[in-house]
Structures are given as structure tokens and as C-alpha cells.
Design a protein around this ligand. Structure first.
Ligand SMILES: Cc1cc2nc3c(=O)[nH]c(=O)nc-3n(C[C@H](O)[C@H](O)[C@H](O)COP(=O)(O)OP(=O)(O)OC[C@H]3O[C@@H](n4cnc5c(N)ncnc54)[C@H](O)[C@@H]3O)c2cc1C
Length: 440
């Protein structure tokens, strides 16, 4: 029999300090918790539904099996101990903004037994960093037959199916067909890393018999790939994807996905053993349950200081926030770069806000856009001055691509441990051949 669920409150403020509760320990939320942890003025509580952090910009690499998540996951409990914040595991159910409580769903084990009851965590200041998800735009068959790379479990599910398809292709000689819908960073990078993984399945003893095991097609609804990128970068991407034998078709509006094909509105179809749906991003589903205003993409509008439009004690950052920079007509696109800058900003201004002092607005510094295409190298555009920017590729681009992650490791782990982690990462087998081409 299922135990009766009771509502329990988590321990109160033993510290006597104002409590900041951060919802979501992703690219932005964890950096903020790590930077504020150990503060003499604030008590920091981080909430996440997962017990460990996986940096989302590498999700396509976990999906392709070119890196093992067991090497890259960081336990929130351990990080809390290292960086001086309390971690509460649980799925955010909602906010009671009057009482200033966050509600967490009960946690159940695999058998369905409740191991932690529904809880309420009191806050003085709440930071929403719950990220976003890929929408299916109600396209027929996407929920049933396509995989969206929103979280680690999606990457694991994709990898299991990819490995099964590659084994079958190896046995039958018929290449597996992967169709990726959406040509943004996720779609293009995943395609390139899948091509790299294919190599591990070749007959390693006979170089002459390395027949193709994998067909990869990217379908894009817009007339050009990577909407939002400039022509120079786009041309480089198209060229590099071509060298990898990745088919790209634009102006394709997908109408349905079945277990064996993807069909567009004009009736054209593409055979598909595996479909990845990587078209766009909206706010995480729970954002609409927080009793805050949300925009048409399910994100929470914020002012120049990242404060939510309807509650002065709730701030929002990263993919969950609709932040419109001064002079712009639309919100910032969802990137780890923006989430990280917002984390540093809030780490600096929260102590001031708590003391009732005025703060400067958040200013976004666009450092550019870089895409890693595994064996086909790295290409991107970076800002070098107030007006100019630079199209980059080669070693320089690769270094710039890794810089974002190095910075994340530093902010999360601190200078000493961050340096050790970076050094370990640089000699990791992930730099060489595919590492985790098995399930689980
Ligand atoms: C394959 C891929 C490649 C990318 N590459 C790049 C890149 O090269 N550069 C770049 O700048 N950006 C990149 N991005 C985008 C980047 O990953 C996101 O913009 C960034 O992670 C957003 O950070 P965040 O903190 O807002 O949310 P996230 O990092 O998504 O974190 C959200 C957190 O909230 C938790 N959570 C969600 N719902 C709940 C709930 N109800 N209760 C409790 N916890 C919850 C999740 O477990 C997660 O830990 C990439 C994304 C993908 C998928």
C-alpha cells in the first residue's frame, strides 16, 4: 500500500540570513549557486529534480556516445558541500507567492514508494532557472516517434537506439537513416558527432570494406540553415556538413513523423530509423505553473535587472527568461552564454538587492557563436570590437568553443578544482575515439 503523503516543510533558516532559493541547477542556476554559496550575507538553497548536473551544451555528445555522462556528471550534493549551498532534490510543482514558498512534488523510488513527501521551502528571494524544452508544435507523431534532446534521459534513450540501429546496419549492410529536424546548434552538432561515432562501428580489421553504415539528413523549415546566423558562418557550415556527407534540405515543413519516415506538408517523405526533433525552444512546462506572467513561448518576461514582471521577489534567468536587451525588439536567444552572464550578474547584485540598494541593469555582451562539427572542425563568429566581428575556424575556433565550458567548470568548481577538472578533461579519451557506445 502506498504511504499516505504528508506535506512537510524543509528545515527553516538556521542561519538567520535571508534565504535565496534557486530553482534549477543547469548552466545558469548552478553557476549562481556556486558563486553565492558560502556567502556571509545570504543562505543559498539550490533545487533540481536531478541529483546531478550535466552541462546541456554537451548533450549531443552524450547522445552520440562520444563522451560518457558518468565522467561529466557532477553531484549537486557534493557541489553543495564544496561550494557552501544546500541542495534540495525535487521537481518544482509551483510557487505560493503570498507565503513565499516553493512547492516540491513528492519523490518516489522505482517501485512508486514515496521516499520524500511533498515539501515546501520558504524563500525570501526566488531565482527561477528552470531552462527550456523543444516544442513539437503539435506535429503529428513527434511525441511518439521522435526524440527531443531536453535532458540526460533523452540523450541516453537516443544513444541506446542509435547503437541498436548501428548493430543492425553492420549486420544487414543497410545503412541506418537518422533524420534531424531543425538545423540550429543542436541539429548540426549532433549530426557531425554521429558521423564521428559511425567510425567506431566500421570493420576495423579491413579498411577497404568500410561501407557506409549511417545516412544523416537535416531538415529545416526556414529557407536557410541555422536561422539567425550570418551568411559567412552559414556558408562555412554548409560546406563542412557537405564534407561529412550530411544531407541538408531547407524550406521543409514537417507535417508528421511515423515509426519509419518523416513527411512534409507537400507529401514528400524521408525514410527514418531514428528521428531527432530539434526545432526551436520554449520555456520549461512548469514555468506556467508558477503564477507568473509568461509570453507566447512560455518564458517569463523580466525587466532590465532580470526581475519578473509581476513579483519583485522573483528573478528569472537563462532559457526561462524573456530578456529584451535595450534597443532590441526581441528577447535574447536561449544560450548557455547568456545564462552564464546572467548568473554572474545576479551573483553580484543579489547582496545589494537584499540590502535594498540600487543596482545597475544587466548588460549582455555577445561573444559570438561557435559550432563544433567533430571531425569537420569548429567554425564560428566572435566579436572583436564594438562593431566588427570575425569569422573563425581551425584551432582558434576550437579553443574558443571549449572556453565556454572551461569558464563553466571554473565558476562551478572554483579555481583549484576547476583547473584540475579542465586538465583531466583535456587528456580524457573523449578527445580521441568514441567512448560510450552502449546503453545505460
Ligand atoms: C545539444 C545542445 C547544444 C548546445 N550548445 C550550446 C553552445 O554551444 N553554446 C551555448 O551558449 N549554448 C548552447 N546550448 C544552449 C544551452 O545549453 C542552454 O541555453 C542553457 O543550458 C540554458 O541554461 P539554463 O540554466 O537556463 O537551463 P538548463 O541548463 O536547461 O537547466 C535547467 C535545469 O532545471 C532543471 N529543471 C527543469 N525543470 C525542473 C523542475 N520542474 N523542477 C526541478 N528542476 C527542474 C533541470 O534538471 C536543469 O538542471 C546548447 C543546447 C543543446 C541542447
Amino acid at each position: 500500500m502506498m504511504p499516505i503523503e504528508t506535506r512537510t516543510a524543509t528545515p527553516g533558516r538556521a542561519s538567520g540570513k535571508p534565504r535565496v532559493v534557486i530553482l534549477g541547477g543547469g548552466s545558469g542556476g548552478l553557476e549562481l549557486a556556486a558563486q553565492l554559496g558560502g556567502s556571509k550575507d545570504l543562505e543559498i538553497v539550490l533545487v533540481d529534480r536531478e541529483p546531478s548536473h550535466l552541462w546541456k551544451p554537451r548533450l549531443h555528445e552524450f547522445a552520440a556516445g562520444t563522451i560518457s555522462s558518468s565522467l561529466a556528471e557532477l553531484s549537486f550534493y557534493l557541489l553543495g558541500q564544496l561550494r557552501g549551498f544546500r541542495f534540495e532534490q525535487g521537481t518544482v510543482a509551483g510557487l505560493d507567492r503570498e507565503a513565499r514558498h516553493v512547492r516540491l512534488e513528492p519523490i518516489r523510488d522505482r517501485a512508486g514508494t514515496v521516499v520524500a513527501h511533498e515539501r515546501e521551502i520558504a524563500y525570501d528571494w526566488c531565482i527561477v532557472a528552470l531552462g527550456g524544452v523543444v516544442p513539437d508544435f503539435d506535429t503529428q507523431g513527434v511525441a511518439e516517434h521522435a526524440i527531443r534532446l531536453d535532458a540526460k534521459e533523452d540523450a541516453d534513450r537516443f544513444r541506446e537506439r542509435f547503437v541498436a540501429e548501428m548493430i543492425e546496419a553492420r549486420t544487414t549492410g543497410r545503412p541506418a537513416e537518422v533524420v534531424i529536424v531543425g538545423s540550429g546548434a543542436t541539429g548540426t552538432e549532433l549530426a557531425a558527432y554521429l558521423r564521428r561515432s559511425e567510425r567506431a562501428f566500421f570493420d576495423q580489421t579491413d579498411a577497404d570494406r568500410r561501407t557506409k553504415l549511417l545516412g544523416i539528413t537535416i531538415l529545416e523549415a526556414a529557407p536557410e540553415i541555422m536561422p539567425g546566423a550570418d551568411d559567412g558562418l552559414r556558408d562555412k557550415l554548409v560546406e563542412r556538413l557537405g564534407t561529412l556527407g550530411i544531407e541538408v534540405e531547407t524550406s521543409v515543413k514537417v507535417a508528421s513523423v511515423t515509426p519509419s519516415e518523416v513527411c512534409d506538408e507537400r507529401g514528400k517523405s524521408w525514410p527514418a530509423d531514428l528521428v531527432v526533433w530539434a526545432a526551436g525552444l520554449v520555456g520549461a512546462p512548469r514555468l506556467t505553473a508558477l503564477g507568473l506572467e509568461t509570453d507566447e513561448k512560455g518564458r517569463i518576461p523580466v525587466d532590465a535587472t532580470l526581475r519578473s514582471s509581476v513579483d519583485e521577489r522573483v528573478y528569472v534567468m537563462g532559457d526561462a527568461a524573456a530578456f529584451v536587451p535595450k534597443g532590441a525588439d526581441k528577447p535574447l536567444p536561449p544560450t548557455a552564454q547568456a545564462a552564464s552572464q546572467q548568473a554572474s550578474y545576479l551573483a553580484a547584485v543579489l547582496p545589494l538587492l537584499v540590502r535594498g540598494e540600487p543596482v545597475e541593469p544587466f548588460r549582455y555582451d555577445d561573444k559570438g557563436r561557435i559550432v563544433s562539427l567533430a571531425a569537420a572542425g569548429t567554425v564560428g563568429r566572435i566579436g572583436v570590437g564594438a562593431k566588427d566581428d570575425l569569422l573563425i575556424h581551425g584551432q582558434f575556433a576550437t579553443a574558443a568553443y571549449h572556453a565556454l565550458q572551461r569558464q563553466h567548470q571554473w565558476r562551478v568548481l572554483g579555481a583549484l578544482r576547476g583547473t584540475v577538472a579542465i586538465a583531466a578533461d583535456m587528456v580524457s579519451p573523449a578527445k580521441g575515439p568514441a567512448l560510450k557506445l552502449h546503453g545505460g
